[in-house]
Unconditional design. Structure first.
Lengths: 305, 412
């Protein structure tokens, strides 16, 4: 008897657990998994986005992608942007985290101040910075007689990616800083004090003790900045809309058009839904590979106390 | 408990009854008439007994995207705007037949599919080289002579040499930038100059040729030189950075003599209290005289048969063309040039007035740019115009790249 009661109780618990999961799992399937699978199917058709009629065209869309200069350029630009952006955001965030966890005066004010840009929406932020880049900075440049600043940095194909990195760092570094701050505060002060008694300088302590001990914070921060940079869309749209135009593979392409914007433009501007969907599938695969590689490398560097 | 349940049920039923009262939604693309249309729709709703909701997406943002999103959301609009065959073909299966509606008797500009009337012309619109008459007078230039490219060349040179005296920043206020979303000015409207100027309104030979991927060499060469001429006498910063507002401000503040925009900018011009006289001169890019501006019904309201409120939607359109309030809205509030012969009101705003005069004189060329494939004018061609504007390429390269791009059209 006792035995039976035990089993039924466990089964009941399992059913309860299952029922608790149902809403979430259902929602996840309805809005993520099923559209994703339908999307993969669409990428093999010639769907135009409005009419139900579509023909299966096999791999034609995928073939078209890899010969399209616009997409290849967007891909390379995204890689370049991601590289600079991950470095810039993390270096800025780490230095800010060191500052606000030190004994500097007004550190709580800094902490809040650094975080505030993250609360501004990407489209608003992009528009504000567009105004700064196209109106304010050139005026400053002209007043000071600096040739490099006299023309808008976002209409120059060579500087536009740098401008986007600047804006994104300004927005995102405060958020990543919070992760580093939490991690630094989690490290025992005794270790740092012991090292300092042993005569280690500040930077030795940072590089030899602090950074290895907060390796898990680097894993999460790098993952967030990497995926965030790769998927960058709102600031790209509002700040440059992909412009200016530059030449690539003897074809005019949009100099600052990142992958997400390129996919959007393919689908909506040029009404090639299926081609855009195929690009999105490629985008997904690349993003998964890149983030898995990054996480596994970072994980191997983490240490346990 | 039961009481509460009954109450909730009653509430739900009441709510669904409210939403069953036909509300009709209009998705339209003209930002400049948004306020006027919202106001008119609100007035109309009071009398009609159902709500007319206006959703506007346009200007620098992309109307077609917003429209697709509306359809994808499942709440299909009752009335929306098509800008030509591309839009019509896309939504053909959903568009209601409006043959026999009262307004159709008063217009020649309806969108037709064979004998079927399907589209209500939103307005007649026109563009050319808008000029500031005061500045041209001071420089001793008679706008009536601007009917060929040599006259333009001479006028631009003269104005350029008198820039300081006239207080000009540049001769022409022109925009071409992708970032501010202005490539429709170059890739669609300016490109249409090549497609129709000098041709009969029904003559589609040049656009047909373009759609086959070919150009008329001499005509195209003359056109490319005309583009280079306009860019040469425009402010390079404005070309790449200028938004619609900046482009207008330069002209409205008397900083340029010419302005490359259509009469849809009239409400903004009125808002800026511009007091100098202005009118349109032709886009005359050939050495031969071409005396006319580019006028067409640019877009049509169509009724979505799928959304189930065809009758209400048709009533709304009839009221627009046939009632005093509707006509007052079109002409006085929205500052549009109506496409209906029964409307006797005259526009009070300067550019619309000029369009009406050219139209009345029968000196107009049609619009064919909307026959280009989706994204081709604004995206593909717009990019090449921007390269020329930035000085990255010269005029012969521009011409060649344009030809190469046009050659890809059959494969799109």
């Amino acid at each position: 008897m006792d035995n039976q009661k035990f089993f039924s109780g466990r089964r009941e618990r399992k059913i309860t657990e299952f029922l608790f999961l149902v809403p979430t799992v259902l929602a996840f399937f309805l809005v993520i998994i099923i559209p994703f699978i339908i999307g993969i199917y669409y990428s093999f058709t010639d769907w135009d986005g409005v009419n139900v009629a579509k023909n299966v065209v096999g791999l034609a869309n995928y073939k078209a992608i890899f010969t399209e200069p616009g997409f290849l350029h967007a891909f390379l630009t995204t890689v370049l942007f991601t590289l600079f952006n991950v470095i810039a955001v993390n270096v800025a965030a780490f230095l800010m985290a060191l500052l606000v966890t030190s004994n500097v005066k007004g550190r709580n004010l800094y902490r809040a101040g650094f975080f505030v840009p993250n609360l501004i929406g990407g489209i608003v932020l992009g528009s504000i910075w567009q105004f700064i880049f196209s109106s304010i900075l050139p005026a400053v440049g002209k007043a000071l007689g600096w040739a490099w600043l006299s023309n808008s940095l976002i209409t120059n194909a060579n500087t536009v990616v740098g401008a986007m990195v600047t804006v994104n760092t300004w927005q995102y570094a405060g958020y990543i800083m919070m992760i580093y701050v939490a991690s630094i505060q989690g490290i025992s002060q005794q270790v740092m004090e012991a090292a300092s008694v042993d005569g280690a300088t500040y930077w030795t302590r940072v590089f030899r003790i602090l950074m290895p001990l907060m390796a898990n914070a680097f894993t999460i921060s790098l993952f967030l900045t990497l995926t965030n940079s790769f998927k960058m869309y709102d600031v790209n749209l509002a700040l440059t809309n992909g412009g200016p135009v530059t030449m690539f593979m003897k074809t005019p392409v949009q100099a600052s058009e990142l992958l997400a914007l390129n996919i959007y433009n393919t689908a909506f501007k040029y009404s090639k839904m299926a081609l855009g969907q195929a690009k999105a599938v490629i985008f997904f695969v690349v993003l998964v590979i890149v983030s898995l590689v990054q996480v596994s490398i970072n994980k191997s560097k983490e240490v346990e106390m | 408990m039961k009481k509460i349940l009954v109450l909730v049920l009653a509430l739900v039923m009441a709510l669904s009854a409210v939403s069953a009262l036909a509300d009709i939604t209009i998705v339209q693309n003209k930002v400049e008439i948004d306020a006027a249309l919202q106001e008119y729709a609100a007035e109309f709703s009071k009398e009609a007994g159902y709500n007319v909701k206006v959703i506007t997406a346009g200007g620098s943002s992309d109307y077609n995207t917003a429209l697709k999103a509306e359809f994808a959301s499942g709440k299909e609009p009752d009335i929306f705007v098509i800008e030509g065959p591309t839009g019509y073909e896309l939504y053909k299966d959903k568009i209601a037949d409006l043959t026999g509606e009262e307004w159709t008797e008063y217009t020649a500009a309806a969108y037709m599919d064979g004998d079927k009337v399907v589209g209500f012309p939103v307005a007649v619109e026109g563009y050319g080289m808008a000029y500031n008459k005061d500045i041209l007078d001071k420089a001793g230039i008679d706008p009536a002579t601007l009917t060929n490219v040599d006259a333009y060349q001479a006028a631009f040179e003269k104005l350029d040499s008198m820039k300081e005296e006239l207080g000009l920043d540049a001769v022409v206020s022109m925009v071409a930038g992708t970032a501010p979303g202005m490539t429709w000015v170059t890739g669609l409207h300016n490109f249409n100059v090549y497609l129709t100027v000098g041709l009969d309104r029904n003559d589609t030979s040049i656009i047909d040729q373009v759609l086959e991927g070919k150009v008329d060499e001499d005509r195209f060469h003359a056109y490319c030189e005309y583009v280079a001429l306009i860019f040469k006498y425009s402010d390079p910063e404005m070309l790449l950075n200028g938004t619609q507002d900046m482009q207008l401000a330069a002209f409205a503040n008397g900083k340029t003599a010419f302005y490359h925009q259509g009469n849809w900018m009239d409400p903004n011009i009125v808002a800026l209290n511009v007091d100098f006289p202005m009118a349109y001169a032709p886009h005359a890019f050939l050495h031969e005289d071409t005396d006319g501006i580019l006028v067409n019904a640019p877009s049509w309201y169509v009724v979505n048969a799928n959304a189930g409120n065809v009758e209400q939607a048709a009533d709304f359109l009839n009221a627009l063309a046939l009632t005093e309030a509707g006509q007052d809205y079109m002409v006085n509030k929205a500052a549009m040039v109506p496409a209906f012969t029964n409307v006797t009101l005259e526009p009070a705003t300067p550019l619309s007035k000029s369009v009406m005069e050219w139209n009345a004189a029968g000196k107009t060329y049609s619009w064919q740019q909307y026959k280009l494939p989706d994204g081709f004018g604004m995206g593909t061609l717009g990019a090449i115009y921007e390269l020329l504007a930035s000085g990255a390429i010269d005029e012969p390269t521009f011409e060649q790249m344009m030809k190469d791009a046009i050659a890809t059209i059959p494969s799109l």
